[in-house]
Design a protein around this ligand. Structure first.
Ligand SMILES: Nc1ncnc2c1ncn2[C@@H]1O[C@H](COP(=O)(O)OP(=O)(O)OP(=O)(O)O)[C@@H](O)[C@H]1O
Ligand SMILES: [Mg+2]
Length: 279
């Protein structure tokens, strides 16, 4: 386990050394996104200015159709904005082209999709291993590490099942394991607890916080689930393609004291302790 942790550390910072980061993990300026043209045109984002600080979990809330998933996709470099700029972990996304953007995303961003997006022909463990395989990990090692994550989120017993053989909540947890397995510096989650019962959702949010919140990392979560609110450091309210209000959640004092020990060394241990409420 500690060997795996060391390897993960090396992959997170090429120098093998954690660097304190300043500023915000994500900065959006004047971001717009328009789909289609003519009569069918939809203005999904109408000028979004947003900062998601390092060391915080930012929650993004708002009514259905207000542009939350569109905004997450733009932040993750999956969708190109119509106008405006997005800087992620100090890197302006519009400076990256083709494979550069794919590589940047693969190394630095973990995305939990609203629809899970698991590959139907791969087992749960293979799905969860994808980010490590993309980074060049040997298959056996990647799948073994993925199984540890599946264990942590409570679906280790279903590691060899195909997505079609899993319940909705189990599929969601495989998608969560896939987003966390390479310990990305930015974790973006679209409704990560929508298919989970209260206890399981609580444990999952704790794991996402533990992996994703640190001095050089951040998490952004879209949620309708008010049980998730306690996990956020700030709540960003969206309406009709715009940010309308931001409130901080009183966790500001604790966020600065996040420890810098490798996540991988403690994650599984903590998950084991919580596992009583997962099955
Ligand atoms: N690919 C697309 N083509 C055309 N319109 C789109 C596309 N994707 C999203 N939209 C439209 O953009 C608007 C914002 O959609 P988005 O999925 O971002 O909303 P949301 O806030 O995530 O909603 P929900 O809470 O229901 O998931 C909606 O009006 C939607 O119909
Ligand atoms: Mg959505």
């Amino acid at each position: 386990m500690s060997q795996t942790g060391t390897q993960l550390e090396r992959r997170i910072t090429p120098t093998g050394r954690r660097q304190a980061s300043t500023g915000a993990a994500v900065v959006c300026r004047g971001v717009t996104k328009t789909f289609g043209d003519g009569e069918t045109q939809v203005h999904a984002l109408r000028g979004v200015d947003l900062e998601a600080p390092y060391g915080e979990m930012s929650l993004l809330v708002g009514p259905s159709g207000c542009g939350k998933t569109t905004l997450l996709s733009v932040l993750a470099g999956i969708l190109e904005p119509t106008d405006g700029s997005v800087t992620v972990l100090g890197q302006p996304l519009n400076e990256l082209r083709g494979q550069e953007l794919v590589r940047f995303r693969g190394q630095n961003i973990g995305f939990i999709f609203q629809q899970y997006n698991l590959l139907p022909a791969l087992t749960a463990a293979e799905n969860a291993a994808i980010p490590l395989l993309i980074q060049g990990w040997p298959r056996r090692k990647a799948v073994a590490r993925a199984k540890e994550l599946l264990d942590a989120v409570g679906v280790g017993a279903r590691a060899h099942a195909l997505p079609s053989q899993l319940s909705g909540g189990q599929q969601q947890r495989v998608a969560i394991a896939r987003a966390l397995v390479h310990e990305p510096r930015l974790i973006i989650c679209d409704e990560p607890t929508s298919a989970l019962d209260g206890d399981t959702g609580h444990v999952i949010m704790e794991i996402i916080r533990r992996v994703g919140v640190g001095p050089d990392r951040a998490v952004i979560v879209v949620t309708h689930d008010n049980r998730v609110f306690e996990f956020g450091d700030r709540i960003i309210h969206m309406n009709d393609g715009r940010i309308v209000r931001t409130e901080t959640n009183g966790l500001g004092e604790t966020k600065g004291s996040v420890d810098t020990t490798p996540v991988s060394e403690t994650l599984i241990e903590e998950a084991k302790q919580s596992r009583g409420s997962l099955s």
